[in-house]
Design a protein around this ligand. Structure first.
Ligand code: CUA
Length: 418
């Protein structure tokens, strides 16, 4: 009977193997795959991976072929001769020692070469970017450009980006699958990583992830990467380095609004707002996998009709202070708003996402986020601001915070910080 079962199982096993092999095809359907060559880092790692798979496949096929042949050819047959014990075969032993040694050398040489290449110091002239991990969001600083932002990383194509990786709290890991990585962010120590987005890349959007378990919202610690043309990057960085500017009627980031207010002073002169933001339309058309798709959990209600009447000046002068926002968030140009506990909000409206890349950045979502961030994102450090909201971490209702009207003002303020 066992013989029959083996014969029946063999075709099933064959079909299963073929299906498994086929499931690995169709690369374009997996937008976060690492098997792209968008940077020299990715190319080097993928070349090494291919070589290891090549030698591994040869070893597997040869060993399995010899094994299967031996099992069938020398199996026990009824009436067959008794097995003859043997001991020692110098030629065979030398062969099976030398061949693996040669294969190991063939693997070791490119492996060591790739390690040295990818661990080397970044080339001169690289764009310096500080990556700071927080539970659970990403801070990006461009020290040479005076830019501080969160959760969205802009990189010019054709120029090496040299990352200094740090963490404010626990271990995290910086990973952009299609650009190369990943590398850990380690407490009290800087790690380094560099790569160059290919010069011929069109302006593109990518997903970034935290790849080291770091607490209850580890899976909600995402970021977006925009590899853009050098001129677009220049425009983005120039604008991002300016202090906060907002208009009563939020204008597109490339326009110059008529009425502008700097910080809390509505009489301040109006600086030009010229910048670049990766177009939302292109994101939706060409990079839908980069959009945040998390639905807002039930349980936080907000009167969306109030959003249309939100007063950005009141949001800046009252809500931002009464809500305690100023205790954690910096806004460039606003006196006192200098804290680095939460994301820098100087140009928050020029970001596509909020909350560590968990949600799209729009007024209704921002309002609910401000009202009860901890309900929207497990473990969020951001306080529950909404009056009458139940705080799931403090396990008590906030009797002090802002009502919907005041939150609508704060949202109007933040959405104007282009
Ligand atoms: Cu940060 Cu996982």
């Amino acid at each position: 009977m066992p013989k029959l079962r083996l014969r029946q199982a063999a075709p099933v096993a064959l079909v299963a193997t073929i299906l498994l092999a086929l499931s690995a095809c169709g690369l374009t359907e997996y937008p976060n795959t690492t098997f792209h060559h968008n940077t020299e880092f990715n190319s080097a790692i993928d070349a090494l991976f291919s070589r290891l798979v090549f030698w591994g496949t040869i070893v597997f096929v040869v060993v399995e072929a010899v094994l299967v042949y031996t099992i069938i050819r020398f199996r026990k047959r009824p009436g067959g001769p008794a097995a003859k014990p043997i001991h020692g075969n110098a030629a065979l032993e030398i062969t099976w020692t030398v061949i693996p040694a040669v294969i190991l050398v063939l693997i070791a040489i490119p492996t060591v070469k790739t390690i040295f290449e990818t661990q080397a110091e970044a080339p001169a002239g690289a764009l310096k970017v500080e990556v700071i991990g927080h539970q659970w969001w990403w801070e990006f600083r461009y020290p040479e450009l005076g830019v501080v932002t969160a959760n969205e990383l802009y990189l010019p194509v054709g120029r090496t980006a040299a990352f200094e990786l740090k963490t404010k709290d626990v271990l995290h890991s910086f990973w952009i699958p299609q650009m190369g990585g990943k590398r850990d962010l380690i407490s009290n120590k800087s790690n380094y990583l560099w790569f160059t987005p290919n010069a011929d890349l069109g302006s593109s959007a990518w997903n970034g992830f935290c790849a080291e378990y770091c607490g209850s919202s580890h899976a909600n610690m995402k970021f977006r990467v925009f590899t853009v043309q050098p001129a677009e990057f220049e425009a983005w960085a120039r604008h991002q380095s300016q202090p906060a500017v907002f208009s009563a009627a939020p204008a597109p980031v490339t326009a110059t609004p008529a009425a502008q207010v700097t910080g809390a002073d509505s009489t301040a002169p109006a600086p030009a707002v010229e910048g670049y933001m990766f177009p939302r339309a292109r994101l939706e058309a060409d990079f839908p996998h980069v959009l945040a798709r998390t639905p807002i959990p039930a349980g936080v209600t907000f009167d969306d009709a109030l959003l249309a009447g939100g007063d950005p000046v009141k949001g800046a002068t009252e809500g931002f202070l009464l809500g305690g926002c100023i205790g954690c968030h910096a806004i460039g140009g606003v006196p006192g708003a200098v804290s680095e506990i939460g994301p820098n909000l100087t140009h928050v409206a020029s970001r596509h996402t909020i909350a560590g890349g968990l949600y799209m950045n729009d007024a209704p979502t921002l309002a609910r986020w401000i009202k009860n961030a901890r309900h929207l994102k497990p473990g969020a450090i951001m306080n529950t601001i909404g009056k009458g909201e139940y705080d799931p971490i403090l396990k008590m209702t906030n009797t002090m915070g802002l009502d919907d009207r005041q939150i609508a003002d704060v949202v109007a303020y933040l959405m104007a910080l282009k």
